[in-house]
Design a protein around this ligand. Structure first.
Ligand code: ADP
Length: 530
């Protein structure tokens, strides 16, 4: 059943022009800033023609509206304009999706690993074949620059490719038996139906990172994307259908987040919750899952330190810090939140960072050369403003930016503040915005103490030319991820996850597969009797 597309306002006119083809290359060559609304409509139109602009939930292989017909609007953060109205679902639709995933689990978990691998490979191929459209969709609803969106599609699709390969390597064990008439086996089996709740900052990759391994292991899923960015999730789900993945294996519901979350955690048929998002919601889901003793994986907030030692290569440190801090406008859970700079290099580093940040172009993600798009919404701007205000009221100094950008909407000036200390709110909370707070330290011990003085423990970065120091500091940091002389370290082949209150479990790599598997021990006795 084709989705009845509900496009807001004047977009319907644009939808009638069926042959308006925009390649990403072309998009990157033109400046959208002043005429964004028309071109955003054209992109939406093109996506609709390719069948990728879906606005209904996906339940049991059917595109469905909410029972009560309610919808919610999805906005383009660069313009504030609505892009589409999507189904606003709740507990009832979620229970339907759980039932369909539960039914599909019976057959999906029984087919061979090689068959599941082929389905996933096909899905990966389709994601890559539609890379430009998916990237446009990400920029449209999330705001990041188109080049970053293209990177996200590569990264996101990579999880499906990796899962398709790893599906065939879910080995069990045979354990040498302590008694001669026994044989001991370990089987790895899929946990069952998985509820996957994802945020808006990586509308594709946060989904594929969960769904790829889940499907590879033989699980089925109910996905709840963020209501701010459901369109990319729905497009990816559409491609899963085109890949031939059977009905009910992938379901998507969105709308009333607490109702959907409650239904997922309450259901005894859901055996696992995997969540990426705020620490507060993660804790709620963990508590809720206790009732039915579900497996839980959580990827929560970070407070990443980025430590620049006197012996760092200045260019490498500036380039790495820039990437760790400002990608996606600072809106990732591994973005550098505190930049600790040793006193001997502090001034040089601050000046070099200032030069680099000053030359970053802010604008609509579709404009050529833009390095920083808008923040996701007004609440994000207000949070950044209030953290900067708190810091400056306690002695920090704004050396660049520090206010809304003249482009208006939710654009924010790339900001650097100096003389920050670890007690200010900006050092205790995740800014999730384009603010680089500089903290000065004296010794390696000081740096480690300050870096670890937080409840979070996800991403961290170290810049030094000393091999010995890099080992010492990497070992001492209470963080799940450490980038040494590198600001972007996420990849599907390595484990991603946090220490302390940054989460539980790992995503990506062989370790990420274990999160979707139960371990079953089988003891065969009386071997010597026929
Ligand atoms: P962020 O602040 O980054 O948006 P959230 O934790 O609020 O992080 O959102 C991450 C995901 O969790 C989104 O899909 C959101 O809709 C969902 N979410 C928010 N509140 C709840 C809830 N009470 N139960 C389940 N999911 C929720």
């Amino acid at each position: 059943m084709m989705a009845a597309l509900k496009i807001s306002g004047s977009m319907s006119t644009a939808l009638r022009s069926s042959n308006y083809l925009l390649s990403a290359k072309f998009l990157m060559q033109i400046h959208f800033t002043r005429k964004m609304s028309t071109d955003a409509h054209s992109i939406a139109s093109q996506l609709n023609n390719s069948g990728l602009l879906r606005t209904q939930g996906l339940i049991g292989g059917q595109w469905r509206d909410a029972y009560d017909g309610k919808t919610i609007k999805v906005y383009n953060p660069a313009t504030g304009e609505p892009i589409a109205d999507v189904a606003c679902m709740g507990g009832r639709e979620t229970n339907d999706a759980i039932s369909s995933a539960f039914d599909a689990f019976r057959s999906w978990s029984k087919i061979t690993a090689a068959e599941r691998s082929k389905f996933l490979r096909k899905w990966y191929d389709l994601l890559m074949a539609h890379k430009e459209e998916l990237a446009q969709l990400i920029t449209l609803e999330q705001g990041k620059p188109l080049t970053e969106s293209m990177g996200e599609v590569n990264y996101g699709a990579g999880f499906i490719e990796f899962a398709s390969e790893e599906a065939k390597r879910i080995y069990g064990d045979i354990i040498p038996a302590p008694l001669s008439d026994r044989r001991l086996f370990v089987l790895k089996q899929p946990v069952g139906v998985v509820g996957a709740i994802t945020p808006w900052n990586f509308p594709l990759a946060m989904i594929t990172r969960k769904v790829g391994p889940a499907l590879a292991c033989g699980c089925t899923v109910v996905i709840k994307p963020s209501e701010l960015t459901p369109l990319t999730a729905l497009a990816a789900a559409e491609l899963s259908i085109q890949a031939g993945i059977p009905a009910g294996v992938v379901n998507v519901v969105m709308g009333n987040a607490p109702d959907i979350g409650d239904a997922l955690v309450a259901s005894p048929q859901v055996r696992k919750i995997t969540f990426t998002g705020s620490t507060a919601v993660g804790k709620k889901l963990m508590a809720g899952s206790a009732e039915t003793v579900k497996k839980v994986s959580l990827e929560l907030g970070g407070n990443a330190p980025c430590i620049v030692f006197d012996d760092a290569d200045l260019d490498v440190a500036v380039k790495g810090t820039l990437a760790a801090k400002f990608r996606n406008s600072g809106q990732t859970c591994v973005c550098a939140n505190r930049i600790l700079v040793q006193e001997g290099i502090y001034d040089k580093f601050a000046n070099a960072l200032l030069d680099a940040v000053q030359s970053m172009k802010v604008g609509d993600g579709f404009s050529e050369g833009v390095a920083q798009g808008p923040l996701i919404n007004e609440a994000a701007v207000k949070k950044v403003d209030s953290l900067i205000h708190d810091a400056t009221s306690k002695g920090a100094k704004v050396i660049l930016g520090g206010k809304r950008h003249s482009l208006g909407s939710t654009f924010y000036e790339p900001t650097i503040i100096s003389d920050v200390d670890n007690e200010m709110r900006i050092s205790r909370e995740e800014a999730f915005g384009p603010v680089a707070p500089l903290l000065r330290f004296k010794t390696e011990e000081d740096a480690i103490r300050i870096a670890n003085d937080t409840n979070a423990g996800l991403g961290s970065y170290v810049f030094t030319n000393s091999i010995q120091r890099s080992w010492r500091v990497a070992e001492a940091l209470e963080y799940g991820l450490v980038g040494v002389n590198e600001g972007v370290i996420s990849t599907e082949v390595a484990p991603f996850g946090g220490f302390k209150q940054s989460g539980l479990g790992r995503e990506g790599s062989k370790y990420g597969m274990d999160e979707y598997l139960e371990i079953k021990y089988v003891c065969l006795g009386n071997m010597n009797k026929d």
